[in-house]
Design a protein around this ligand. Structure first.
Ligand code: GRG
Length: 297
């Protein structure tokens, strides 16, 4: 059986082409900044968030060609978060996606600025949704709102802040849930809801997609913790056991490996349950949920 990433290879290469076009070229002044932005955005990553945008749009019967701008924007915001997350003042990681982190190659100042520019340019691309993809101004504004709140201080950045503030002691279960649902879950949620809105989702469909998002985020995080404990550093493209070294609280530490695996499986069941009323058009979302559980990186 072909694995998920092989099966969806042509969509993944389309995502790469979209990003290639949206990002300023490497010879745009100031060149080093644009090289740094491209270094961390192109040629790596599973593109889960872009696939979630497309999968949600398809699930509600929308035209997936209209999602290119949002798919690029979420991947640019994700790339910014990884650049900043690797900085010495955050997680201090020298490797990402199998190559030296952005600040190792370009220095800390350019890495901070490349992250800032990716975040800002992501919203510039969303402003072009009406002109480039014929999205209505009303839907565009809703999509911008989803992404802004998913990435902001009550979303991804809030989760990162609580994670940093909890670094000295193991946080309790409630704090751990907050960290994960915000630091990682919020961008998945924004990608899914944004994709569904572009596809013309009605209220009930949006609620089902949101339910899928909650469980998808949790399944992703539990699997991420398990991979940090038992995964292969080469396949992951970054060192393993980083959570253990930094004393971070994780699902395997709280519940043990076996129970954590079972919890991740249950989350995927809930994801599939949330899609019960959707037709075959939700195939990508169904396969993504299963992939998240089975992935090795
Ligand atoms: C604003 C200074 C400043 C920093 C913000 C918000 C933030 C930095 C960091 C939080 C985001 C973060 C790093 C979350 C971790 C989520 C995670 C496990 C990312 C890896 O996701 P994958 O596996 O990565 O989808 P690929 O490489 O496949 O894209």
């Amino acid at each position: 059986m072909k694995d998920f990433l092989q099966e969806w290879a042509s969509v993944l290469s389309e995502i790469e082409q979209i990003l290639e076009q949206v990002l300023p070229s490497a010879d745009t002044y100031p060149q080093v900044l644009h090289k740094a932005m491209r270094y961390s955005t192109l040629g790596g990553g599973k593109r889960l968030r872009a696939l979630l945008v497309m999968g949600a749009c398809a699930a509600v019967g929308g035209d997936v060609r209209q999602t290119a701008g949002l798919a690029a924007a979420v991947e640019m915001i994700h790339a910014y978060s990884l650049i900043h997350d690797d900085l010495p003042c955050m997680d201090d990681d020298d490797f990402r996606r199998g190559k030296p982190s952005n600040h190792i190659v370009y220095g800390e100042a350019i890495a901070v600025l490349a992250g800032d520019a990716l975040l800002t340019e992501a919203f510039a691309e969303l402003a072009r949704l009406p002109e480039k993809y014929g999205v209505s101004p009303e839907v565009t504004v809703r999509v911008v709102g989803e992404l802004a709140s998913g990435a902001g201080s009550r979303g991804m950045v809030g989760g990162q802040a609580v994670d940093i503030l909890s670094a000295d002691g193991a946080p309790d279960e409630e704090t751990l849930r907050y960290i994960h649902s915000h630091k990682t879950g919020s961008l998945f949620r924004a990608a899914l809801r944004g994709g569904a809105l572009l596809g013309g989702a009605n209220q009930e469909e949006l609620e089902m997609i949101t339910r899928y998002a909650e469980y998808f985020g949790l399944a992703f995080q539990i699997t991420d913790d398990i991979l940090d404990e038992v995964g292969d550093a080469e396949q992951l493209g970054k060192p393993t056991r980083s959570d253990q070294r930094s004393g971070k609280q994780t699902y395997p530490r709280l519940y043990g490996l076996e129970q954590s695996r079972q919890m991740a499986e249950e989350c995927v069941e809930h994801c599939l349950g949330a899609l019960e009323r959707f037709s075959e058009r939700a195939r990508l979302l169904r396969e993504l949920a299963v992939f998240v559980l089975q992935r090795s990186h």
